[in-house]
Design a binder for this molecule. Structure first.
Ligand code: URA
Length: 233
């Protein structure tokens, strides 16, 4: 791999910046200054330093972000702010994308990664990754409503798979865990029982829980442990 590609993938510099940094003698490979950005390196074997600091190789990046309202789960959008706008430049250079979608007014846990194969696997309907959401509804849900939701409701020609619902004491909210991800699924499910979602927050994605210390709009890298939990098959 070219050293400029490596530095760009690690979020350290754009290709153009790498060319300038190399010319200025700020990049070393195994202790030797390289003057050109097209030098080939083996990221697993070679030690690359930028400004004297080792740039360690990590093939993929996984981020947990607490999505605020008003942001779309896309990499670019002509009109709205995207979840990528919440990252810093270093992360934005890494070609990250949201692993799954939350509606513009849904808040909470979203995973960003550049690991396309794993994202594809996690989002595939075959894998039934459970996702738990906290919700509030316009009207109280009856026990019949809960039963219907849990068994499956028709959301416009598609009957949802079994899910679990637990209600708060007043019945106008609670938690719902689904194992699929149809467009507007939970909103449509509540409409199917003549109700309406007024608030929706994703709390978990598979084995990953939204970090309570992250405020809306904040993000952090997954820990090594979370990374293995996310990727375990
Ligand atoms: N279901 C919805 O209706 N919206 C979301 O953002 C996620 C699940």
């Amino acid at each position: 791999m070219r050293v400029d590609k490596f530095l760009s993938e690690m979020g350290k510099a754009t290709r153009t910046e790498s060319a300038k940094l190399a010319k200025a003698g700020k990049i070393t490979v195994n202790g030797a200054v390289i003057k050109k950005p097209d030098v080939h390196i083996d990221p697993d074997m070679d030690e690359i330093k930028l400004f004297g600091v080792t740039v360690s190789y990590k093939k993929f990046t996984y981020i947990m972000l607490n999505k605020p309202e008003g942001y779309v789960s896309a990499t670019e959008d002509g009109r709205d702010k995207t979840v990528l706008d919440l990252l810093n430049d270093e992360e934005r250079r890494k070609n990250l994308f949201p692993c799954g979608r939350l509606d513009k007014n849904t808040v909470g846990l979203i995973i960003l990664t550049n690991d396309g194969d794993s994202a594809h696997r996690l989002l595939s309907p075959k894998h039934h990754v459970p996702k738990t959401y906290g919700f509030k509804s316009k009207y109280p849900l009856s026990s019949d409503d809960v039963k219907s939701l849990e068994e499956g409701v028709d959301i416009g020609g598609y009957v949802t798979k079994p899910c679990t619902v637990s209600l708060d004491a007043n019945g106008t909210g609670g938690k719902i865990t689904i194992t699929e991800g149809k467009y507007h699924q939970i909103k449509l499910m509540l409409e199917a029982v003549n109700n309406k979602i007024t608030y929706l927050e994703r709390l978990t994605f598979g084995n990953i829980k939204l970090d309570e210390n992250l405020k809306r709009g904040e993000w952090r890298h997954l820990t090594d442990e979370e990374e293995s939990l996310l990727l375990e098959k």
